[in-house]
Design a protein around this ligand. Sequence first.
Ligand code: HXC
Length: 260
Amino acid sequence: MKLKNVLLEKEGNIAVVTINRPKALNALNSETLKDIDAVLDVLENDNDIYAVIIRGAGEKAFVAGADISEMKDLNEKQGQEFGILGNKVFRRIETLNKPVIAAVSGFALGGGCELAMACDIRIASEKAKFGQPEAGLGITPGFGGTQRLARIVGLGKAKEMIYTCDLIRADEALRVGLVNKVVPLENLMEEAKAMAAKIASNAPIAVRMCKDAINRGIQVDIDKAVAIESEDFGKCFATEDQKEGMTAFMEKRAKNFQNK
Ligand code: HXC
């Protein structure tokens, strides 16, 4: 697999994906989005990976947005196609068959905030800043920001951030629920890996079913949502890991999950 702007490393059952264009503060051009798409093919099919971390290269930025130099001269059709590409790739992250943690060191702006929001969990450094500055560039957020920000922080705060283009600091992002945890910059990857390892220590198929039930259930009414949960809950009983988890509990011994 030939990637230009993204690195994929594996550490045990955890994969670390690095958006690697530090000179442009990891701005997302089409090439980078296609690299992420290719990495998702690998992650989706790798049964030994139980959790994924996405980060930006360097400390200054997670991702400072979609690439403005590439967008500048797009016409309506090309703009729409660019938005569709990003939305497709980010929706794949959101629905990936394993949990994804965003480790946000610095700027997560525009497409960068949108990338972080497509992940299941966000851990930020104290230096991180979040925002949707698109309206100041003459566009709307285009990789899901108008939809996911409102779902995560609520309509009022999302509208404030999107209309004013104000950036918020990590402590404010924590207060409004945009991030799960804020840690010192030097501890960021350690904390992200510790959380990924904790997730990876649970039954991987069960974790996958939890993600599926939460993601699908949130989109429908509560009756359909609990039916989705029952379906995924039931599927767990067809796994060896359910037998292992419950037998180990009864036998008062450590669990040994096999992702089966
Ligand atoms: C292209 C970018 C970029 C971006 C930074 N760079 N952000 N290039 N697209 N989104 C480049 C700069 O041009 C510069 O290149 C280098 O990275 C370093 O950035 P500086 O601006 O010199 O750094 P600094 O002064 O410290 O300011 C940091 C910053 C600023 C506040 C993060 O770079 C900034 O405001 N960036 C744009 C943020 C933004 O508006 N993002 C939203 C984009 S729209 P050179 O070659 O000069 O060194 C979007 C839409 C998504 O994301 C949906 C699309 C469909």
